[in-house]
Design a protein around this ligand. Structure first.
Ligand code: NAD
Ligand code: MG
Length: 328
């Protein structure tokens, strides 16, 4: 494993070079503000009709249409949703300077061939391992969110140095920047959110809720046990791994964890995980997601509506409204 830190970075490399940040959502806002506060020259590229334009201006940033924003920029950062990056690139490519750098926060568009970058351009990845809000907050507090760095195209031989200077600009180098590839970042990121963080965790919660309710237990009690209390466990894991969790839960909980956990996430579940991973690696997932977008996302909406219509959502909303400290 290769990790870069602040001392490996030459922040002067970006000096007064312009950075065009395309998109001003979760990551875009955090990157643009952190780069500006690091003393760099930032312009945000947005559609004039979009909702983010006023927000970026109100934050005191220079804003222009994407094709205008990229002119004269040394680094062009793609921080729009992954599915619009292909058309966004097509709309700006003719305005990007020779030898400039394309920078991504997730490898999807490059790894799955949605963008076939011009050969004179550097193509790099700086992927913060956290949501934009955290990237901004940690920077303001003098810390940083760790990042991954990768280089896909390096015509002039300085792509890695530029990427690391950018990582320092958003605060990531304070926490460490681990070297990876576009393939590894994209595939592990998709697998993590599908099998564990989002898909796996929510399915586990809902299945646990249904098991208790079908057995005749009160939905409110089931909600506290399988959804509400998950935060306590996740916080312990986040702060100190398995060791800290085992230290703070009861011996009864730890014994139950060890004898029952492997029965739920059993060989079948592990086999399913492998299948999910192979569909990410062979491009099946990407093809399906791109096709779903092109079709106007009917299946996406149908599945989301079904999830949001689940009884656990009504029970949870009622209980959460009585815990006003949750929204503080
Ligand atoms: P987002 O949905 O929060 O923000 C999208 C932004 O793009 C908005 O400002 C929107 O106005 C703008 N936009 C949409 N279409 C546009 C267009 N055609 N032209 C110009 N602007 C347009 O996006 P996000 O979640 O910040 O994701 C951005 C990138 O960062 C993605 O590649 C994502 O995979 C990656 N990433 C996200 C996170 C995260 O926590 N959200 C973490 C790591 C990496
Ligand atoms: Mg789900």
């Amino acid at each position: 494993m290769k990790m870069y830190t602040q001392t490996d970075v030459d922040p002067a490399l970006l000096g007064d070079e312009r950075i065009a940040v395309l998109g001003y959502g979760s990551q875009g806002r955090a990157h643009a503000l952190n780069l500006r506060d690091s003393g760099l020259d930032v312009v945000v590229g947005l559609r004039r009709s979009g909702a983010s334009w006023d927000k970026a201006e109100a934050d005191g940033l220079r804003v222009a249409e994407p094709a205008e924003a990229v002119k004269g920029a040394k680094i062009v950062v793609f921080l729009t949703p992954d599915m619009v990056q292909k058309s966004l690139y097509a709309g700006v490519v003719d305005h990007i300077d020779q030898g400039a750098t394309l920078l991504f926060a997730h490898g999807f568009a490059i790894h799955y061939g949605q963008i076939d970058p011009r050969e004179d351009l550097n193509v790099v990845l700086i992927a913060p391992k956290g949501p934009g809000g955290l990237v901004r907050r940690q920077y303001e507090e003098g810390h940083g969110v760790p990042c991954l760095v990768a280089v896909h195209q390096d015509p002039a031989g300085n792509a890695l140095e530029l990427a690391l200077a950018y990582a320092a600009g958003i605060g990531g180098a304070r926490a460490g920047v681990i070297e990876t590839t576009f393939a590894e970042e994209t595939e592990t990121d998709l697998f993590g959110e599908q099998a564990v963080l989002c898909g796996g965790a929510t399915e586990l919660i809902v299945a646990g809720f249904e098991t208790l309710v079908e057995a005749g237990y009160q939905p409110e009690v089931a909600y506290y046990e399988v959804m509400h209390e998950l935060k306590l466990i996740v916080d312990l894991l986040h702060e100190g791994g398995l060791r800290k969790m085992y230290k703070f839960i009861s011996d009864t909980a730890a014994y139950g964890d060890m004898v029952s956990g492997p029965r739920v996430v059993d060989e079948h579940a592990r086999g399913q995980m492998k299948e999910v991973l192979s569909e990410i690696r062979d491009g099946t997932f990407a093809r399906n997601w791109i096709a779903e977008n092109e079709a106007g996302m009917p299946e996406f909406r149908r599945m989301l509506d079904a999830d949001l219509d689940h009884p656990i959502e009504k029970v949870g909303a009622g209980l959460r409204s009585r815990m006003d400290w949750l929204t503080e």
